[in-house]
Design a protein around this ligand. Structure first.
Ligand code: ZN
Ligand code: ZN
Length: 393
């Protein structure tokens, strides 16, 4: 059945371009949802809208009760002004599908059409999860909290683009066992000092001096406290303090992110940020307030499900375009991780990197684009996964 996806290529391209023109942000995506609903209605697939955001769940019932297999697409875009010169450029100013989620929806709709046509061959059912706010790491968590994974026996999702490397040619499928993406969390530290004249620092407590010590001390956690074989990142990306050269301000603000591949390292980093912040501040007579904003956990693929995907990929794109092992996971994050905490499954990367077509640009760049020729592969993979999972001959 998956071969038929090749015939859907033009339709997939059209749907992707339609969606590309109406990017929306976060959890409120009315036009995107309306578009998906129209397509689902055309096919005849019943769906239910989320009551808490613009996501929706559609169900393809098979010929009998059986395992429920979930397939996911994310729907949200980014606050970026598109710089591509294409006739399907974003019509929503300052907003752009710069991560390829437009293609994810199109590819899942394509798979859904084929699976619905062949529903009398499926001994179970397919649940289509269209989620909002992947970029804010909120959409998947919200849906999971509302029970979207209840009764699901396996879950799969795809990300298009250049995530692993722009050197991997378009049409390559990558699916690896175990951890494939990191957790991502944000931390905010507010250092409180006591403001005074720059000529008499002894009369106050200088939060900038404390902040400078803190930025360097935080890196010691990676250098001296985490085993070299455990990948972890601690980046300070935003600092703010003071307004002018001769005034010692009262506060220093520092924001950053931590990435890790396991819960132990993640918890340890958070604990040490707390301790080092408050103790460094205390050391120099100030105080610190630390806030952790937890993002998604690491994306951990089930080995058997990752193998199933790789086997499917070998049939759809060939062994030479299938990668089932990489040296290191990606330190980026994905809220697909929340689904994988509830059921075994796998997250799949589909490369769309093509230098000649200019689609070898980084995600979240105003010139991000995809090689649209790979769209059918995304649909075909989903269909093939269903065939293999349910042993449909
Ligand atoms: Zn993104
Ligand atoms: Zn993305």
């Amino acid at each position: 059945m998956w071969e038929k996806c090749k015939e859907l290529q033009n339709k997939l391209l059209r749907m992707r371009r339609d969606l590309h023109q109406i990017p929306e942000l976060g959890g409120d995506l009315p036009k995107t949802r309306a578009y998906l609903e129209e397509r689902l209605q055309e096919i005849g697939i019943p769906f239910e809208e989320n009551s808490f955001d613009s996501g929706l769940i559609a169900t393809i019932p098979g010929f009998k009760d059986g395992p429920v297999l979930a397939l996911r697409a994310d729907m949200d875009a980014l606050p970026i002004t598109e710089e591509n010169e294409v006739d399907y450029i974003s019509r929503h100013k300052g907003c752009m599908h710069a991560c390829g989620h437009d293609t994810h929806m199109a590819m899942l709709l394509g798979a859904a059409e084929l699976l619905f046509k062949n529903r009398d061959r499926i001994p179970g059912s397919i649940r289509l999860l269209f989620q909002t706010d992947e970029e804010g790491a909120q959409g998947a968590r919200r849906m999971v909290d509302h029970g979207c994974m209840d009764g699901v026996s396996a879950v799969f999702g795809t990300h298009i683009g250049t995530i692993l490397s722009k050197e991997i040619p378009a049409g390559t499928v990558i699916c690896t066992p175990g951890c494939c993406m990191a957790s991502f969390d944000k931390f905010i530290v507010r250092i409180h000092g006591s403001g005074c004249h720059g000529s008499t620092p002894e009369k106050g407590v200088d939060p900038i001096n404390i902040g400078a010590h803190l930025i360097l001390s935080l890196q010691e956690v990676l250098a001296r406290e985490i085993p070299a074989v455990k990948p972890a990142v601690l980046t300070v990306g935003h600092v703010e303090a003071g307004k002018t050269y001769n005034v010692i301000p009262t506060e220093f603000l520092l924001e950053g992110t931590i990435r890790s591949l396991d819960k132990e390292t993640r918890d340890f980093l958070a604990k040490r940020i707390q301790e080092i912040s408050s103790q460094t501040a205390a050391l120099f007579r100030g105080s610190a307030e630390v806030q952790m904003i937890w993002g998604a956990p690491p994306v951990v693929n089930d080995p058997a499900m990752a193998k199933l995907v790789a086997d499917c990929a070998r049939e759809v794109v060939g062994a030479e375009k299938t990668i089932d092992h990489v040296d290191a996971p990606n330190m980026g994050g994905e809220d697909f991780a929340y689904y994988l905490e509830k059921a075994p499954g796998a997250f799949i990367f589909l490369s769309s990197s093509n230098k000649e077509k200019g689609s070898d640009v980084s995600h979240h760049n105003p010139r991000f684009n995809v090689d649209e020729d790979v769209l059918w592969i995304g649909s075909a993979l989903f269909v093939k996964i269903v065939e293999k999972y349910f042993h449909i001959e």
